[in-house]
Write a protein that binds this ligand. Structure first.
Ligand code: SF4
Length: 241
């Protein structure tokens, strides 16, 4: 077997991941890494259908024809071309990236100095989470219409990786859900994200922030961070920023 033949075989059998979009560098607009320059890799496909999902183009099967099947080398090459071959934070998001095996991407990306953060809802735990640099779990509260299995969230958090829990809060029920998550996983930093309606270009972040601030003060919940979606404040619901 020639080397060239082996190389062709390897690339043929390398896993193909459906990619909705790769864009950046832009600013991470949410959670513990807010404000960090990052390239975003958004996979296509999700096991959830949240009521207020703002990335349905990376979720619904009718958008499948827009998703490009790329192997890890092709994803890496696009990321590095956007970062000018520089080391940068790569945010793996979706959809749900946990549907796929991204271990090879992490391994090769690390050798090129890339730093990987995964954003996922905590519905699927994968061994490759152990190789992440940051894990941001965002279990979806009652307003999403989805059910959370806290045991699986716990499985996701068992790796020795800097982790955070991010809860999108629209109403009292979502707030109660976030409190439950904080009780179940003491020691994990908690971020409460002001819920943003996907149809809402601007949002009433100020009112929501005041409401949520009052709630956490009433509960004497000090060890929590409240954040808006910074990218929505800066750029509205525009894609690719
Ligand atoms: Fe959309 Fe995220 Fe919910 Fe999937 S988990 S439907 S990507 S909000």
């Amino acid at each position: 077997m020639t080397r060239r033949f082996i190389a062709v075989c390897k690339s043929t059998f390398m896993k193909q991941i459906p990619i909705s979009e790769i864009f950046g560098p832009t600013l991470q607009g949410e959670g513990p890494l807010i404000g960090k320059p990052s390239v975003f890799v958004r996979v296509g496909g999700c096991d959830y259908r949240c009521n207020w999902c703002d990335t349905l183009y990376a979720v619904l099967p009718e958008y499948k024809n827009e998703w490009e099947k790329l192997n890890e080398d092709e994803i890496l090459s696009k990321v590095l071309s956007l970062s000018n071959d520089n080391s940068i934070l790569v945010t793996l998001t979706g959809g749900n990236p946990a549907l796929y095996d991204l271990s090879g991407l992490l391994k090769k990306g690390h050798t090129r100095g890339l730093i990987f953060a995964l954003e996922t809802q905590g519905s699927i735990a994968k061994p490759w989470f152990a190789n992440l640099d940051h894990l941001i779990l965002s279990p979806k509260g009652p307003s999403s219409g989805m059910e959370t299995d806290w045991n699986v969230v716990g499985e996701c958090l068992k790796y020795d990786v800097p982790s955070a829990l991010k809860f999108v809060v629209f109403d009292d029920e979502d707030y109660g859900f976030a409190r439950r998550g904080a009780e179940l996983f003491p020691g994990i930093p908690i971020y409460l994200q002001l819920g943003t309606n996907p149809d809402d270009g601007k949002s009433t972040f100020g009112n929501q922030a005041n409401w949520l601030l009052q709630k956490v003060m009433e509960d004497n919940w000090q060890n929590v961070t409240i954040l808006p979606q910074m990218h929505v404040m800066l750029w509205g619901q525009k894609r690719g920023v």
